[in-house]
Design a binder for this molecule. Structure first.
Ligand code: PMP
Length: 442
């Protein structure tokens, strides 16, 4: 396209938007042009409070000077270096820092560029590990209904959100799904972890009985499901899942793309729950979303299990051009300093009860059928209009944006997950605007 035929900046046609009703959006566009702290600004200069930390990713708040400087310095020093049969110091330094903060013996880090890549990498590492230890018949993967594990073919196969799967063919074979743990009839308006439903983990025993443990490689779950409407696990559920996996030699993968890096008021959900998975996927808060990055953290036995062949043999035929990209490593290292120096995980833990009271104060707002919270995040369900699932959620989401608040809509559920630097008065503002939005949208 020549300069003379280039579209004007306000022509919204050419961008094919992800996970968006493109035609609807282009009639009523919502643009964000500037960000700092817990706020965005539209191109017209209207201030919008970021109730979702971007997409659950800007945990340390927007526009952090320290990250900016680290990225700029890295760009000056070295823009890019391969990590296939080569290395660069920042990658090793970052992995050592992650290993030091991870619970248990999760002590090796594989890097990629997104949560979706992290999930597909984790599934492949799990399969390769089973094969390397002489258990090559273990090829079956178990996910969960309503699970969200990104959009790679592995991730949508183990994921359990119908719309993310049903348009895309036959997906991976040999996948089963555990039931989801969302039990509104028994657990509505739970504060923190729901009381009921730990026994749903026993469904894994049923799947084992059906297929035999010798065919099952791994189970993947979000310790607290995020994108599907924020569903904290029932008390004791993850512990039971861990026990059953251990008993049958099945690897347990926690997808911590949302829960990792402080969302629950601990570095990781694994730490929060005291349950150590064999592999953990992360992204989002790993780099505070400044440079795309994801990772898979693996336990010692998994890493060592793969290091058994001849020393000159590549142990894992998998990786990305941008695995451990120097700019991502620089950003990720700078954000670790911020998390530590500002005590942001502790801060999230301290704010969580205030947040919980705030979100549950919306209980009697019009059309609210359930509210769930854990750490510094919440999911709020609105009653669906007959024959128009999602219409009410969309109306509330648009209204919130008009009133100056960004929330995340998924059908008739709205999720909120502010940056961990949020102040109490800003939590009040978020709750106030959200309450008005659902009232006006009703
Ligand atoms: N896993 C989980 C649990 C997620 O929440 C997400 C993103 N919301 C992903 C994977 C995919 O991450 P990405 O969009 O970076 O590919």
């Amino acid at each position: 396209m020549t300069a003379s035929t280039a579209p004007a900046a306000n022509n919204l046609e050419a961008f094919f938007m992800p996970f968006t009703a493109n035609r609807q959006f282009k009639k009523n566009p919502r643009l964000l042009a500037k960000a700092k702290g817990v706020h965005y600004w539209t191109p017209e200069g209207r201030k919008v409070i970021d109730g979702t930390a971007g997409l659950w990713c800007v945990n340390a708040g927007h526009g952090r000077e320290e990250i900016k400087q680290a990225i700029a310095a890295q760009l000056e020093e070295m823009d890019y270096a391969p990590t296939f049969q080569m290395g660069h110091p920042k990658a090793f330094e970052l992995a050592a820092r992650h290993a030091a903060m991870l619970p248990g013996d999760l002590d090796h880090a594989f890097y990629c560029n997104s949560g979706s890549e992290a999930v597909d990498s984790a599934l492949k590492i799990a399969l390769a590990y089973q094969r390397a230890r002489g258990e090559g018949t273990r090829t079956r993967l178990i996910g969960r209904e309503r699970g969200y594990h990104g959009v790679g073919f592995g991730g949508i196969s183990v994921g359990g959100m119908a719309n993310n799967r049903k348009f895309f063919g036959s997906l991976l074979p040999g996948v089963d799904h555990l039931p989801h743990t969302h039990l509104p009839a028994r657990n509505a308006f739970s504060r923190g972890l729901p009381e009921h439903g730990a026994e749903l983990a026993d469904e894994l025993e049923r799947i084992v009985a059906l297929h035999d443990a010798s065919t099952i490689a791994a189970v993947i779950v979000e310790p607290c499901a995020g994108s599907t409407g924020y569903l904290p696990p029932p008390k004791g559920y993850l512990q039971r899942l861990r026990e059953i996996c251990t008993k049958h030699g099945i690897l347990l993968i926690f997808d911590e793309v949302i829960t990792g890096f402080g969302r629950l008021g601990a570095a990781f959900a694994a730490e929060y729950f005291g349950v150590i998975p064999d592999l953990m996927t992360v992204a989002k808060g790993i780099s505070n979303a400044t440079v795309p990055m994801g990772g898979v953290f693996v336990r010692k036995h998994v890493y060592e299990g793969l290091m058994t062949g001849p020393e000159n043999a590549i142990e894992l035929f998998h990786g990305y051009t941008y695995s451990a990209h120097p700019l991502a490593c620089a950003a990720a290292s700078a954000v670790l300093d911020i998390y530590k120096n500002d005590g942001l995980f502790q801060r999230a833990a301290e704010l969580a009860p205030y947040w919980e009271d705030g979100v549950h104060s919306l209980k009697s707002a019009p059309g609210v059928t359930d509210i769930r919270n854990l750490g510094l995040a919440a999911g709020i369900d609105l009653e669906s209009k007959p024959g128009a699932v999602g219409a009410r959620g969309y109306a509330a989401f648009v209204k919130a944006f008009e009133l100056g608040l960004l929330v995340r809509q998924s059908a008739d559920t709205l999720a909120m997950s502010p940056p961990l630097i949020v102040e109490k008065n800003q939590i009040d503002e978020i709750i106030d605007i959200f309450g008005k939005a659902i009232k006006q949208a009703a």
